[in-house]
Ligand binder design. Structure first.
Ligand code: M6R
Length: 600
């Protein structure tokens, strides 16, 4: 979740780096830094928090003329967000910026310390620059030293490295995380970025580097280490680039879920347990129950979590809509852990609920996407969801990352409470690792939702139904449809339909039935049969064909209900979006709504 830029040329290097980082800031913004090279001198500026802080530092400094520079905006994975942990990282005479995670950094660090290198940060990245200098000191050949360095790294690493040992060059390598190299519009100009939007207007031709491709660039040459690359034309519209070719931000963000969920899990799962550096085991000391408060989509993630906390952690959990909680004169006792969930960290009702909990002396934890937001500042503990900026008003990746964090948290608590067998823990961890796969979108499933959408543009309403965690998922599906299509939809527990709503059933009532194979399949099947018997139009989403469906969206067979949950989530998001598009609505900015609701 980091952004990288680099520049070689005679224009204003600092400006390119700062402008570029501004474009990438959505990738992460707990710190930023740049390193600027002028022959025998490297100047470095780093600042915590948003880019403005770095800009302020630079505005108050006297700058030289620089022909080469690298920059980075960080979303912490290893080591807390501090200035020392901010990139670029320094050896004796070289600097590196890195996006990804070096899995074998501990053993490399031990080896390098043994060889006399001093480390100042807690990051995995710092080993890269020391490893490079270690080889350079032995080989006295920067290209060879860089190649040797790369050959020792494991994990994901997209890297730019500069060194006084060869002050006219940038060494680059891509593995796992994205990296682009471009020939600038000016003569003798080479640009780097981890995404194409900083390059738009400044370059026409780029190489989207493939994994395992690297090289060395100077102002008049780019030498790739292999022939596996090709130049392509850069899009000219920033909007288009920002949307990565998708029609809407919501579509892009739906597709991004697989990647951001991987980012969200990065460094937080090992073979035996969940690791959250940002909290500690004492969080549960004296705690008997959990109360979750949130609004909208975040509330649905909270409801999902309540099943997992009780099932896996064996901790009593209840969930409340923040706007209701505020005025009900709730009884708050200090044996309750108060969890708020918010994409923005600014939602007024949730923030107010958090204040009430704090005033009553409750321990608090926020699950949030925006560091330094009001909620992360107020709460005792924060777990960031690392979803990156979500631009579509309709939440997509915020929900999937929140749910993954909450699932991980239920396992983290289960371990502390000793409420889970080793065997179950192993199979849960295995399933968690499979989530990114469940969120991948195949052409066929997208095409299917597109085709079906034309049959669901009218009617007198939709019922999304499910049981257990598929009930909050049904609520989320209904909310997605309502907010972007303006059609009436409700989410309902399927077993509850017969207590009233089934009276609405007729062919113009559309039932979207979530029918997972791995959780209460027979129960939900009989609920859907009841609706079918009353002639409701049924669209079932399931890996198992259901003969009473009018329409059927087939999901993949898996062995864990949460994997079915995530795949169905994607189907619901695409289905709503395709209906909204057919109705000619503004998918990203639906009427009457705002991305962040900072009023009561
Ligand atoms: O930023 P928050 O998560 O606190 O926002 C809460 C709701 O306003 C939000 O989840 C809203 O329901 C979604 N954007 C709808 O898709």
């Amino acid at each position: 979740m980091c952004g990288i830029v680099g520049y070689i040329g005679s224009k204003d290097t600092t400006k390119f780096l700062l402008d570029g980082l501004k474009e990438l800031e959505y990738r992460g913004y707990d710190s930023a830094g740049i390193a600027l090279l002028n022959k025998d001198r490297i100047d470095v500026f780093k600042a915590l928090g948003k880019l403005n802080n770095l800009q302020d530092k630079i505005d108050h400094s006297t700058l030289d003329e620089y022909d080469i520079g690298i920059g980075h905006t960080r979303w912490a994975t290893h080591g807390k967000p501090t200035e020392l942990n901010a990139h670029p990282h320094l050896g004796e005479y070289s600097y590196v910026v890195h996006n990804g995670i070096i899995e074998n950094y501990k053993e490399l660090k031990d080896e390098l310390i043994e060889a006399g290198h001093n480390f100042v940060s807690q990051t995995d990245t710092e080993v890269i620059v020391h490893l490079f200098e270690n080889y350079q000191n032995k080989l006295n050949d920067t290209t060879k030293a860089f190649k040797e360095t790369i050959s020792r790294l494991q994990g994901a690493f997209s890297i730019l490295l500069i060194s006084k040992a060869n002050p006219e060059k940038i060494f680059f390598f891509k593995h796992g995380s994205p990296l682009i190299i471009a020939r600038g519009n000016e003569e003798e100009e080479v640009l780097f970025s981890s995404s194409d939007s900083p390059l738009i207007g400044l370059a026409k031709e780029v190489v989207y580097l493939e994994d395992g491709i690297g090289g060395v660039a100077s102002k008049n040459s780019i030498d790739f280490f292999s022939d596996d690359y090709s130049w392509s034309t850069l899009p000219t519209s920033k909007q288009f680039a920002q949307k990565n070719g998708f029609r809407f931000f919501m579509e892009k963000e739906t597709y991004e879920q697989s990647d951001v969920v991987s980012d969200c899990m990065l460094g937080r799962i090992n073979d035996e347990e969940i690791i959250f550096d940002e909290i500690d085991k004492s969080l549960l000391d004296g705690i008997k129950e959990i109360k979750i408060c949130a609004c909208g989509t975040s509330y649905h993630a909270g409801l999902t979590a309540s099943y997992l906390f009780e099932r896996l952690s064996k901790i009593k959990c209840n969930v409340e809509i923040a706007s209701e909680f505020r005025y009900k004169e709730p009884l708050l006792t200090d044996d309750t852990l108060f969890i708020v969930i918010s994409q923005s960290g600014e939602t007024a009702d949730t923030l107010e609920a958090l204040k009430m909990a704090k005033n009553n002396g409750l321990k608090s934890l926020v699950i949030c996407n925006v560091d330094n937001s009001s909620m992360t500042r107020m709460s005792d503990y924060t777990i960031l969801t690392r979803a990156g900026i979500e631009k579509g008003v309709a939440s997509t990746k915020a929900f999937s990352t929140q749910t993954v964090v909450l699932w991980m948290l239920s396992l983290y608590f289960a371990k502390i409470k000793d409420s889970i067998s080793n065997e179950l823990m192993k199979s849960e961890l295995h399933a968690l690792r499979e989530v990114p796969k469940s969120l991948l979108i195949s052409n066929s499933i997208h095409e299917k939702t597109k085709r079906l959408s034309k049959r669901y543009l009218h009617g007198h309403g939709f019922f999304f139904i499910g049981r257990d965690v598929f009930f909050p998922l049904a609520l989320e599906g209904a909310l997605k449809l309502k907010e972007i299509s303006y059609l009436h939809a409700e989410g309902y527990p399927s077993g509850e339909m017969k207590h009233g709503p089934i009276a609405l059933a007729d062919p113009e009532l559309f039932t979207i039935a979530l029918m997972p194979e791995n959780l209460l399949y027979d129960k939900i099947k009989s609920n859907v049969e009841e609706l079918s018997a009353r002639d409701s139009t049924i669209c079932s989403i399931s890996p198992l064909e259901f003969e009473l469906s009018d329409d059927f969206i087939k999901t993949q067979k898996t062995d864990h209900y949460m994997l079915e949950f995530f795949e169905m989530l994607v189907v619901l998001q695409l289905f709503s979006m395709e209906i909204s598009i057919r109705l000619g609505n503004d998918v990203d900015m639906p009427r009457n709504l705002a991305k962040s609701v900072t009023v009561e």
